[in-house]
Design a protein around this ligand. Structure first.
Ligand code: BEZ
Length: 210
């Protein structure tokens, strides 16, 4: 059955370019991003893995560990990593699961086309309690926007700490929305920078952690 937001994600042990990985042990108290790609030695995937490696300091800043996956063999991954590093000018700094037996791909429903065994471009954001907080599914032909994934991490981490939600196209530092369940009386106390009542259900306040 497909995983739903809020579910505890299933643990697994699988081979990777950094040795055997137990998901829960690997993540520890960090946030996690598990993302699949269709196959090794393919052009879009090569650019994606390079782009994620370039963002390592951004993921570190957000206490987030990244794991890639495809259903190719470890020996294939090792050759491909060399190519990624040469063509994308970056050292790969996160593990890629070699899910040749499709154990993880099946557990996380990453194979969605009946006629071939390739994984789609799935993204799972996992919080430190191992709860699933976001899923994204992209087709093979579309490389992902990893700035968007960082933006969602920022939103999740902010809204876990304050009674706010982030509006359309929000970016870190922009005004945020006071949760509708918060009374004006509580909002006066919770948001000392004040808030604008656009409608009784739409109240905007400066980002509280800035
Ligand atoms: C790619 O990563 O370039 C790719 C993989 C599978 C199908 C289409 C493109």
């Amino acid at each position: 059955m497909a995983l739903l937001l809020g579910d505890t994600v299933p643990n697994f042990t699988q081979e990777s370019t950094d040795g055997s990985i137990d998901l829960y042990d690997f993540l520890g108290n960090s946030w996690g991003i598990l993302f699949s790609h269709p196959a090794d030695f393919t052009p879009v995937c090569t650019t994606e893995l390079g782009a994620v490696a370039v963002l390592k300091d951004q993921f570190d800043k957000r206490n987030t560990k990244v794991i890639g996956l495809s259903v190719d063999e470890l020996s294939s991954h090792i050759g491909w990593v060399k190519d990624i590093e040469e063509t994308q000018n970056v050292k790969l700094n996160f593990p890629i699961l070699a899910d040749a037996d499709q154990k993880v791909a099946n557990l996380y429903s990453m194979i969605q086309t009946a006629d071939n065994k390739m994984t789609v471009r799935s993204v799972f954001i996992i919080d430190p309690a191992k709860k699933l907080r976001l899923t994204l599914t992209y087709p093979a032909s579309t490389g992902r926007n990893f700035a968007e994934i960082l933006r969602v991490l920022d939103s999740l981490q902010l809204t876990d700490g304050f009674k706010v939600a982030t509006p359309a196209n929000w970016r870190d530092g922009d005004d945020v929305v006071v949760l509708p369940a918060v009374s004006n009386e509580d909002a006066d106390r919770l948001f000392p920078k004040g808030y604008e009542v656009v409608r009784p259900y739409l109240r905007m306040t400066p980002q509280p952690d800035k």
